[in-house]
Design a protein around this ligand. Structure first.
Ligand code: OAD
Length: 258
């Protein structure tokens, strides 16, 4: 946690309301993991500025060139093998311990929230550390299964394995989506962190929360299409801003007196 919290520019009344929240949801995107050294998807330096999502992240792309897709996911897994949770991931672990009800909904497939120690995690887009069998549908998490070279990794049933992530054109895992919608519908505070708010259904979650009357805070280095709807938008690093926000929860008895 940052020892010198940065100012969030919120009024004492806003702070009082925010820290009174009991049911909190955080939606995270690639921006929170950018501070762990992982690339985001959009923007000039994003993955999709250099690579075509249809070639690398769709069933059609996989069928057209399975070796390329396997190599790309293995490369991302290799990058992850040395990545560590950043201060934003760690701040969310703390926040979970400070409020009565907390749900962490993530679009990230990197598993860094679990590595940081978050408990209540809903993974909307799967997890790159897992594999999925085309034949029996079994999901497995095993670092020893690799997508390297021309070899097709196989499930115990003999079926070919693919990365356990959601590709474009595929539905989200039903249970995860249901849990995320339920949490968004029943929260007092919703944080949308480091996401460009362009990919649905994830991008509908802050909209649901706003419609239900929740306070919705956007944390992002840049403006997004959701910014005008947010109750508050905080511009800057996810790690710094979240650390300061969580600091307000830790000191909530004092902030009520401000
Ligand atoms: P994007 O790459 O679309 O957006 C990342 C957002 O993070 C941008 O709005 C940046 O401004 C912001 N950002 C970057 N660095 C930041 C930092 N240090 N602190 C705070 N904000 C920062 O990533 P997502 O919104 O997560 O889907 O993308 C959503 C989905 O699109 C991904 O899950 C992936 C992708 O295609 C699948 O793989 C299915």
């Amino acid at each position: 946690m940052s020892s010198t919290p940065i100012s969030l520019g919120l009024s004492p009344a806003d702070i009082g309301q925010i820290v009174s929240s009991k049911r909190v949801v955080a939606l995270t995107g690639a921006g929170i993991s950018a501070e762990s050294g992982l690339a985001t998807f959009r923007g000039k330096d994003g993955i999709w500025a250099k690579m075509k999502p249809q070639e690398l992240a769709s069933i059609e792309g996989f069928m057209a060139n399975p070796a390329l897709v396997r190599e790309w996911y293995q490369h991302r897994r290799d990058m992850l093998s040395t990545a560590k949770p950043a201060s934003g991931h760690i701040a969310l672990v703390k926040l979970e311990q400070l409020v009565s009800q907390f749900t962490l909904v993530t679009q990230n497939v990197d598993g860094l929230h679990a590595m940081a120690g978050s408990q209540s995690i809903v993974e909307l887009h799967g997890n790159i550390r897992r594999t999925l069998c085309f034949k029996c549908g079994a999901e497995t998490e095993s670092a020893s299964i690799e997508f390297r070279g021309g070899d097709i990794p196989r499930c115990h049933c003999g079926g070919a394995l693919r990365p356990g992530v959601v590709w474009f054109g595929e539905p989200l895992p039903e249970q995860a989506l249901e849990s995320a919608i339920h949490a968004a519908m029943n929260c007092d505070l919703f944080l949308t962190i480091g996401t460009s708010a362009q990919v649905y259904p994830a991008a509908s979650l802050p909209e649901i929360a706003i419609d239900q009357g929740a306070i919705v805070i956007e944390i992002n280095t840049e403006e997004t299409s959701f910014t005008p709807q947010a109750t508050h938008h905080l511009r800057g690093s996810a790690g710094e801003l979240l650390s300061s926000l969580v600091n307000l929860f830790e000191n909530r008895h004092e902030s009520h007196r401000v």
